[in-house]
Design a protein around this ligand. Structure first.
Ligand code: HEC
Ligand code: HEC
Length: 332
């Protein structure tokens, strides 16, 4: 029951398109093998060039939009991550928030804004949060390149259809507060070899060289900010369970649910860039995910419970708030 509740919330909050999925008779499209998304095979024409630039921007965001690029006007991202730090394999890895099909599911209702968002607005959501930066101008070549690349990845997916492996998988959160000390142990054993003992990642070049990371930081000043989806414990746990240590797939996870939950909590327990005006997120408060760990809190529970769980009681409280809101709307 909990996992069903949570699944619904994850889909509603993270990837709202679920509710508008394809007609039942349509087969669920799946993500194809990497060759299917080989942009180098496209002709050397305006579309092909823009798709290739979009892919390049995805994999090497830091080199074009990062805080260390020479042209100060292009410093839209506030950190040296790439989109592919999370949207692995340039947005083609199942269960790593792939972009295959993303073009087909926007515009969509988004709880964070409580309105229908376009794909461009969703890109800028990650620019301002995951990339701790500023929104890209809608008419910029870079925005067009991201959107065109996503169009290319989605070209087999019918409008409105949801691809298998889109977003993140449901995560069966243990019904307890996350154990940061246990997470620290998992971190040392399974994560620190790449992400570093201090979570600062590994850079291939000097600071200032805009060469990004070999292994991205998980916290600290060059990481995603506190308004990012990855800063929510249930989102980060789901990502880590299906994708980390690097090379892990959803079919063959290397961590238990408990380990993923605790290690994600350990990573999120450290400081990171702070986003202004987070209180404006989720204006329909009853729609706010329970693990969005910033005020205002409508459940009456302490802030720490939103950050570290247990989430089941919060899910139940939110459900009754939603039922109440629905009742009011129906004039009861
Ligand atoms: C730190 C991890 C991280 C980075 C880096 C990141 N994103 Fe995201 N992105 C997420 C998460 C998590 C979600 C889904 C959860 C949510 O909506 O909060 C998401 C969702 C999206 C979606 C919607 C996908 C769908 O199926 O609905 C798009 C489009 C997107 N990101 C674009 C980008 C772009 C473009 C960049 C680089 C400029 C980027 N992201 C960088 C974590 C990241
Ligand atoms: C073998 C190296 C390796 C190990 C071990 C590893 N990671 Fe990663 N991790 C990566 C790489 C590389 C990426 C970027 C994804 C890409 O380039 O495809 C990444 C990305 C991430 C991200 C999203 C990007 C960001 O900067 O926040 C998170 C979160 C993460 N790893 C958490 C973990 C956790 C937790 C563990 C331990 C359970 C772990 N990783 C173990 C290599 C590793």
């Amino acid at each position: 029951m909990f996992s069903r509740l949570w699944t619904t919330t994850l889909l509603a909050a993270c990837c709202g398109a679920a509710a508008q999925a394809a007609p039942a008779e349509a087969a669920v499209p799946s993500i194809r093998a990497a060759e299917a998304y080989d942009a180098s095979k496209l002709p050397d024409d305006p579309y092909g060039r823009l798709v290739r630039y979009g892919k390049e921007l995805t994999e090497r965001t830091f080199a074009y939009l990062g805080p260390e690029v020479k042209d100060k006007r292009m410093r839209y991202a506030g950190n040296n991550l790439s989109c592919a730090s999370c949207h692995e394999a340039a947005g083609t890895k199942p269960f790593a928030i792939p972009w295959v099909g993303a073009f087909a599911t926007f515009p969509q209702y988004r709880a964070r804004e409580d309105e229908v968002s376009t794909l461009e607005e969703r890109v800028n959501g990650c620019m301002e949060r995951s990339m701790a930066g500023k929104p890209l101008p809608l008419g910029s070549r870079e925005m067009k390149a991201f959107i065109t690349y996503m169009h290319f990845l989605s070209r087999d997916v019918p409008t409105g259809a949801r691809v298998q492996g889109q977003g993140l998988p449901a995560f069966n959160a243990p019904d307890r507060r996350a154990d940061i000390a246990a997470g620290a142990k998992v971190y040392v054993e399974k994560c620190a070899s790449c992400h570093g003992p201090e979570g600062a990642g590994v850079r291939p070049g000097a600071v200032g060289s805009s060469t990004g990371y070999t292994f991205p930081p998980l916290w600290g000043k060059d990481s995603f900010n506190n308004g990012a989806g990855m800063n929510r414990l249930l989102v980060a746990s789901a990502f880590v369970k299906s994708n980390m240590p690097f090379g892990t797939t959803h079919a063959q996870p290397q961590l238990t649910d408990d380990q993923a939950y605790d290690v994600a909590a350990f990573a999120l327990s450290h400081p990171r860039p702070v986003k202004a005006n987070l209180e404006r997120d989720f204006p329909a408060r009853w729609n706010k995910p329970v693990d969005a760990a910033f005020p205002p809190y409508v459940t009456g529970a302490p802030a720490g419970q939103h950050k570290y769980g247990p989430y089941l009681p919060l899910q139940e409280k939110m459900k009754s708030l939603r039922d109440e809101a629905a009742g009011k709307a129906a004039g009861k």
